[in-house]
Design a binder for this molecule. Structure first.
Ligand code: IMP
Length: 199
């Protein structure tokens, strides 16, 4: 079965394919399905934004489409940057600029608790929708560490591993990450859905 990933982020494609590939699902990028959809993420929740993205790509491609909306929620900042993680600090910043800004905004703050959240939505051409949510609690480091991953990975620290996400292998990250957890839950829902619909 082919599912179009409503994203241009190849890191997400790799993480998704690693988990859903085991279920016989082939995840392809929008470009491979011949569509190029720019969806405005106007929602105020991860659920709303992932639905907006998945639905737009499903409608454009005519294929089942899956979207992940994710972000980093910091307790001391009342959940910010949250759904605005990709746009934190404005359009001009890159990943390093965004996590540096976040570290600056957290200077002197002793409550370092934070969590990553991922909501996966899959829209089928017949109107069916599957959704799954995953969360990964951790803390904000005081300085970036590690070379792997993307986004805020270098400053997201997991005390149980004594590592940031950026110091983990992709496999290790998948076992605990918000997206790994959401995908595992999604995988179970998809298997049940396919079993029910394929007789
Ligand atoms: P989205 O593409 O709108 O879901 O943007 C989510 C943003 O949250 C990304 O651009 C990253 O900045 C951040 N993010 C989400 N998941 C991760 C992750 O696993 N590691 C690091 N940053 C992440």
């Amino acid at each position: 079965m082919k599912i179009v990933l409503a994203s241009k982020n190849t890191h997400k494609l790799e993480e998704l394919q690693a988990i859903l590939g085991a279920q016989g699902v082939e995840v392809i990028l929008e470009a491979q399905a011949g569509v190029d959809v720019d969806v405005e993420e106007t929602g105020t929740t991860f659920e709303e934004n992932s639905l907006l993205k998945a639905r737009a790509v499903m409608e454009a491609s005519g294929l089942p489409a899956i979207a992940d909306d994710s972000g980093l929620c910091v307790d001391a900042l009342q959940g910010a940057p949250g759904v605005y993680s990709a746009r934190y600090g404005g359009e001009g910043l890159d990943d390093v600029g965004r996590y540096t800004l976040l570290l600056n905004n957290m200077r002197g703050q002793l409550d370092r608790r934070a969590k990553f959240v991922s909501v996966i939505t899959c829209c089928f051409p017949n109107g069916d929708v599957l959704t799954a949510r995953g969360e990964c609690p951790g803390t904000l480091a005081y300085a970036p560490k590690g070379e792997g991953g993307f986004g805020y990975d270098p400053i997201f620290y997991l005390p149980a591993f004594k590592k940031t996400f950026a110091q983990m292998t992709a496999q290790e990250k998948n076992t605990v990450s918000h997206r790994g957890r959401a995908l595992a839950a999604f995988g179970e829902k998809l298997a049940a859905y396919l079993a029910a619909h394929n007789g």
